[in-house]
Design a protein around this ligand. Structure first.
Ligand code: NAI
Ligand code: MG
Length: 367
């Protein structure tokens, strides 16, 4: 029996509604596998915890998280209790930084049955690999002078190590998908860092002759996300470019409620963290209508991370069969609740366990 130790941090708001939903799904997934078990430990760290203890996590929090196989997080933030810069930096960003989660990955895929804002969305299925430790988000720079002479300098930092690391991750990922990596560049306008980025991309791609490559300037690339998202497989981008692209990726899927993400530690020293893109959604807390798909898809990414690709694929296929059959929460145009959507997903997973096949309501087998 393979046991995976997972630290659950539901956090605030709808994090507490969607993390239990996804945990239920993971238990069913483990039964489907037969030889796999999830051992969840829940941590109450949140804005309410902060009010009681004066910190977002316990003093020994990082030490306690260190030995888990991964961290499964909901959302952090409750502006009525704690300012965002305290809550996010005290928990979410602290974990990302201290556990050296230097890569952020976010897939964007057209889910059947979910309305995309694109007029004619083809069957797109892409994933953005964002360098998450340096680049444009460095803290090197400064301000000088006042008044009309006032100026600000913000330095972008690109190391060969960091750049290469993100690119290798993208190529390895492409090998498990459609063998195609697109590099997001801007070497026609940014004269030092982006030509460097391009040359590292060329060096790394030489090690992967089986993977097709393309390089696109970030402005054109953003436009392609709207006009032809189906042309992409894996995209590798710097911190800032990746940040912008991934929001666009979530937008073309139809709702932030379905968008998953992962923060990956690549040196194996610390656990990686899996969290949906959305926040605590204060406007819908307690209504039971939070879309659980972002969190459940995040669980699929965790399965992939553990090498359980078959289970991961089954889970995303089940999610898509459920949206395709119209079991949708209000954010994507339906009337179903968090619990109802989760129940349909678990029921269908159990069907797969019994029959080895997933049968949709219109009797089309998709597995
Ligand atoms: P948000 O993502 O919480 O909500 C934006 C809009 O999307 C709201 O209308 C919300 O109802 C809707 N929405 C989000 N997730 C949904 C879901 N699963 N199902 C249905 N609808 C969903 O972003 P907002 O309002 O800017 O931030 C709220 C709080 O969350 C803030 O404190 C913010 O700092 C925090 N936050 C935390 C993040 C994290 O933990 N990774 C990410 C983004 C925001
Ligand atoms: Mg962003």
């Amino acid at each position: 029996m393979k046991t995976l130790k997972i630290a659950n941090i539901p956090g605030d708001g709808i994090g507490r509604e969607v993390v239990p939903a996804a945990t239920d799904v993971l238990h069913v997934i483990a039964d489907l596998h037969g030889g796999l078990k999830f051992d969840f430990t829940e941590f109450p760290w949140s804005c309410e915890y902060y009010l009681e203890h004066g910190t977002m996590m316990s003093e020994d929090g990082m030490e306690r998280l260190k030995d888990f196989d991964s961290i499964f997080l909901g959302a952090v933030g409750n502006l009525q209790l704690v300012p965002d810069h305290i809550s996010l930096w005290g928990l979410l960003i602290k974990i990302r930084r201290e556990f050296e989660q230097v890569i952020n990955i976010r897939p964007a895929k057209m889910l059947k049955g979910v309305r995309s804002p694109l007029l004619n969305p083809k069957d797109f299925d892409l994933i953005v690999v964002r360098e998450n430790s340096e680049g444009e988000y460095s803290s090197i720079g400064g301000n000088i002078y006042q008044g009309e002479d006032e100026l600000a300098i913000q330095n972008a930092v690109f190391s060969r190590k960091g750049t290469e690391r993100a690119m290798r991750f993208a190529f390895e990922l492409a090998k498990t998908r459609r063998n195609f990596v697109t590099s997001a560049t801007k070497s026609n306008g940014i004269v030092y860092s982006m030509p460097f980025w391009d040359s590292v991309f060329k060096d790394v791609s030489a090690d992967y002759p089986e993977v097709k490559t393309d390089s696109q300037h970030i402005d054109a690339l953003s436009a392609f996300f709207v006009t032809q998202p189906e042309r992409f497989d894996v995209i590798v981008a710097s911190n800032l470019f990746g940040d912008i692209l991934t929001d666009l990726g979530a937008a073309i899927m139809g709702s932030i409620g379905v968008a998953p993400a992962a923060n990956i530690n690549v040196n194996g020293k610390y656990p990686s963290m899996f969290e949906p893109v959305h926040g605590s959604a204060p406007d819908i807390i307690g209504k039971g209508i939070a879309n659980p798909i972002g969190q459940i898809w995040t669980a699929k990414m965790m399965l992939d991370h553990f090498g359980e690709h078959e289970l991961g694929t089954t889970l995303i296929n089940v999610i898509e069969s459920v949206t395709n059959d119209g079991f949708l929460t209000p954010d994507i145009g339906g009337t179903y609740t968090t619990k109802e959507v989760t129940d349909v997903i678990t029921t269908r997973l159990k069907e797969v366990e019994k029959t080895g096949k997933l049968v949709q309501s219109n009797n089309i087998e998709i597995l």
